[in-house]
Ligand binder design. Structure first.
Ligand code: BES
Ligand code: ZN
Ligand code: ZN
Length: 493
């Protein structure tokens, strides 16, 4: 999407569509023709200003409008925050998808209470996120599913410094779209090797150090978790490492993302209904790489970031792990396999302990579609957070609110860790007696020693996310990208 700004009168801007905003109680300056339409709607007893309200019309030629279509978006009543504008941006994109408009002019309101910079940032973010479409594998266009995308966006505003804010919105939204693209790739086109290839591409584009470990190196390092999960598939595993360096004396944040390219469950095979969605089991890894792409473009100087993504699929082939098997993780701890479907924690454990040893980060955040149990607890509205550090947890909660990717903290503790005691090994990979999300977190905790760490379980939010105009109703949401980017942007020691 090509984005530019203008200080000209939007009514005189040539485009396929002009967009205006109306708020139920606040006055916004609007063209005469738009005001009279709104008045007509009001006379009919309708409220175009309400939050979900939209009004579109085709202006008469004598009205002097330079566009063939006009769309009015209701902003609701009451306070306006960033999320209201994200939502409005998403609704504009949804409306455009139904008509043949490619070039649009958006007239930003100027009299509102909301900080102007934020409005600029979030309108663009919502528009670009809502404009998303994955049609790579469609060979025929379907009539009943028109998908016109916005290719040119002109923002009419007189706000100073708006461009910088818009750029922030654009970078974050486009990075989310990268994560969605990766997740939408089917398992046969997105193997561990493809994942690694993508990281190499980012490394070349943004001049970032990148190291990829293959099977023989993983064997030398004795990464029994990643290798164990990989035993049942013919696709070789990868451990992907990508570094964003500021060159300054700043803390290092390590991001670890689960890169399970397809989770069949292995020998503990999943039920077949819905199994196709398990190609999304790499959403954590996708989000982490997408954040790196955003950093490459934005180049913040307040924190170094290293990304670690353990990648493999989980299949029930002849060499597969079996329930009852005992493996040795990279850290040396032994694990009794209770379910081969609790594979995420096995690959993450190796990535966490190896990454911590190699990069010595000040803090670590892992992102994983780890447990079905988090959907039972939090539904599709919030990401589960577990952490051994209150400060890091609080920063994540704040970033979650600001980015509208909310997180909810769950406890950790020795009672939960005790649920992982095994008769024959140091640990077992499934905890008994409930709290499935927390025992998964407690398992990971065994591999981070006392490093400041937070675990985000995105199994409920990575796809079928809570309904929003700028998130596709089906398919991956790209959750975690905006959350982590917000955390990094606001990071101050
Ligand atoms: N990838 C799944 C978790 C998952 C389930 C994500 C549903 C999204 C939707 C994970 O590898 C898994 O299978 N976890 C098991 C753990 C159990 C065997 C302890 C689960 O949640 O059922
Ligand atoms: Zn699984
Ligand atoms: Zn999984």
């Amino acid at each position: 999407m090509n984005i530019s700004t203008t200080t000209n009168d939007p009514w005189r801007c040539a485009a396929d569509m002009q967009v205006y905003f109306v708020h139920d109680s606040l006055q916004t300056r609007l063209p005469e023709a738009v005001l009279s339409k709104i008045e007509k709607v009001r006379q009919a007893g309708d409220f175009p200003g309400r939050q979900e309200g939209t009004l579109s019309f085709y202006p008469e030629s004598e009205q002097g409008c330079a566009a063939s279509r006009v769309l009015v978006i209701g902003l609701g009543k009451g306070d306006l925050n960033g999320e209201a504008f994200r939502g409005a941006g998403g609704r504009i994109a949804q409306n455009v998808k139904k008509i043949k408009a490619a070039k649009i002019v958006v007239a930003l309101p100027e009299e509102l209470e909301c900080p102007a910079q934020e409005m600029n940032q979030y309108i663009v973010e919502g528009l670009v996120l809502g404009n998303y479409q994955f049609s790579k594998y469609k060979t025929v266009e379907e009539d009943d599913e028109p998908h016109n995308l916005i290719s040119e966006l002109i923002i009419a505003t007189t706000v100073q410094g708006g461009i910088v804010a818009m750029k922030r919105g654009l970078v974050s939204a486009e990075s989310v779209c990268l994560a969605r693209d990766m997740a939408n790739e089917p398992g046969n086109h997105w193997t561990a090797e493809d994942f690694a290839g993508y990281a190499r591409k980012l490394a070349a584009e943004f001049d970032m150090p990148c190291k990829i470990l293959g099977k023989s190196e993983l064997r030398q390092l004795k990464m029994g978790g990643l290798l164990g999960v990989n035993q049942g598939t013919i696709a070789p595993p990868r451990l992907i490492m990508l570094e964003y360096r500021t060159g300054r004396q700043v803390p290092t944040l390590m991001l670890v993302g689960k890169g399970l390219t397809f989770d069949s469950g292995g020998i503990s095979l999943k039920p077949s209904a819905g199994m196709q969605d398990m190609k999304y089991d790499m959403c954590g890894g996708a989000a982490v790489l997408a954040v790196m792409a955003a950093l490459g473009r934005e180049r913040p100087d307040n924190v170094d970031v290293v990304a670690v993504v353990p990648a493999t699929d989980n299949m029930p082939g002849p060499g597969a792990l079996k329930p009852g098997d005992i493996i040795r993780q990279y850290s040396g701890k032994t694990v009794e396999i209770i379910s081969t479907d609790a594979e995420g924690r096995l690959i993450l454990a190796d990535a966490l302990s190896y990454g911590i040893k190699r990069f010595k980060p000040e803090m670590v955040i892992d992102l994983a579609t780890l447990t079905g149990a988090v959907i039972v607890g939090l539904g599709h509205h919030m990401t589960g957070l577990m952490s051994n550090d209150d400060d890091l947890a609080q920063r994540l909660c704040r970033a979650g609110e600001q980015s509208a990717e909310p997180v909810w903290r769950l406890p950790l503790g020795k009672e939960y860790s005790k649920q992982l005691k095994s008769l024959t090994a140091d640990l077992k990979n499934v905890g008994d007696k409930g709290a499935g999300t927390i025992t998964a977190g407690a398992f990971l905790q065994e591999f981070i020693s006392d490093t400041k760490w937070a675990h985000l379980d995105i199994a409920g939010t990575a796809w079928n996310f809570t309904e929003k105009s700028y998130v596709p109703p089906k398919g991956p949401s790209g959750v975690g990208v905006r959350l982590l980017l917000e955390l990094i942007r606001e990071w101050q020691a």
